[in-house]
Ligand binder design. Structure first.
Ligand code: NDP
Length: 302
């Protein structure tokens, strides 16, 4: 069998970012508005710090007004909620993202619920989740939006395809399943209590995996010709024993890429697959939130 075509998320994300830049220019030139994104980081988790820096840099590069609030790990719930309320009231900010996970002792659900749903660019507010499941327009979590863009680009009409979503988080699994359903797929949601997960995965025309288990999905879990999206990002020891001994790591997905490539028709790599789409779609959400707040229909993102 011919090896799977590798879906280049990095190249696709560049196209999405170019659309964002055009939309930012349209908002500035035609309406005199600069879309603003605020990112809040609490604590010093190194991976979160990298994501937050990248988000800020890419927002700036797209011509947006970008603000990053870095708070110490011992920040109180009341102070964090105060900041969220200030950002809700700040007319220069159209999108608010509080980087998860929060340090122990902080109530993430309460923080998410405090974000103005109109500025909920992570799509995690219960109102955003409810609108998505009711089929109403609203802000949708960035990673599932990016996954759907890639699927529609590669497969066109998804109607009638059997999609299996492995993982059921509010950030990824559940919204992805809703988007697949809205695209007329027959959707199965699998999780850690699913019986015979390999057999469930094997029925998938579209297999989306977001579990956080390094290279869990093997070749015999995948139907020949399936399209596989690997959302997982896991750090494992370097293959080189000397580098591994020195603590060097490498990034792998939830799918055994080399083995599954021999069976699938199309597959996203890690890195360079879903990851780059996430920030591009975050910027897009911020621009959409800005336009929606002013009742503007953007030609650049139509
Ligand atoms: P969560 O930990 O919130 O959810 C993981 C899900 O996977 C849960 O529903 C869990 O089931 C399920 N799961 C865990 N272990 C297994 C297993 N052995 N078999 C079947 N299901 C299992 O993670 P997220 O959804 O936030 O993220 C998942 C992965 O995606 C992570 O690696 C994360 O880093 C990555 N990610 C990458 C992004 C990107 O931009 N590329 C963005 C977001 C996430 P249960 O509910 O039963 O516990």
């Amino acid at each position: 069998m011919t090896p799977a075509a590798v879906i280049d998320g990095k190249a696709f994300a560049e196209g999405v970012r170019a659309g964002v830049v055009r939309a930012v220019t349209e908002l500035k030139d035609d309406y005199g508005i600069t879309p603003g994104l605020a990112v809040v980081l609490v604590g010093d988790d190194p991976a979160s710090a990298v994501y937050v820096r990248n988000k800020g840099e890419q927002a700036n590069a797209a011509g947006m007004h970008s603000v990053t609030h870095r708070l110490p790990a011992h920040t109180s719930q009341a102070d964090l909620l105060d900041l969220v309320r200030q950002l809700n009231a700040d007319a220069s900010i159209h999108g608010i993202l509080v980087q998860m996970p929060l340090p122990k002792g902080l109530d993430a659900d309460a923080v998410i619920a405090a974000i103005d749903p109109a500025k909920d660019v992570d799509g995690l507010h219960p109102l955003s989740a409810g609108r998505l499941s009711a089929g109403l327009p609203g802000l949708v979590p960035c990673t599932p939006v990016g996954c759907m863009m890639l699927l529609k680009d590669r497969l066109g009409d998804l109607s009638g395809m059997h999609a299996v979503m492995v993982g059921r988080s509010n950030l990824m699994g559940k919204p992805m399943a809703q988007l697949l359903l809205a695209a007329n797929c027959t959707v199965t949601i699998a999780h850690s209590r699913t019986r015979d997960l390999p057999a469930v995965c094997r029925v998938a025309d579209i297999l989306v995996v977001a579990v956080g288990q390094a290279e869990m999905v093997k070749a015999d879990w995948v139907k020949p010709g399936a399209t596989v999206l690997d959302v997982g990002m896991n750090r494992v020891s370097s293959r080189d024993p000397d580098k591994a001994a020195a603590g060097k790591t490498r990034l792998v997905g939830d799918v055994d890429f080399a083995a599954v490539s021999a069976v699938a028709a199309q597959i996203t790599p890690v890195p360079g697959g879903i990851g780059p789409m996430t920030i591009a779609c975050l910027l897009r959400n911020a621009v959409l939130a800005c336009a929606e707040a002013r009742g503007i229909r953007l030609a650049a993102l139509a």
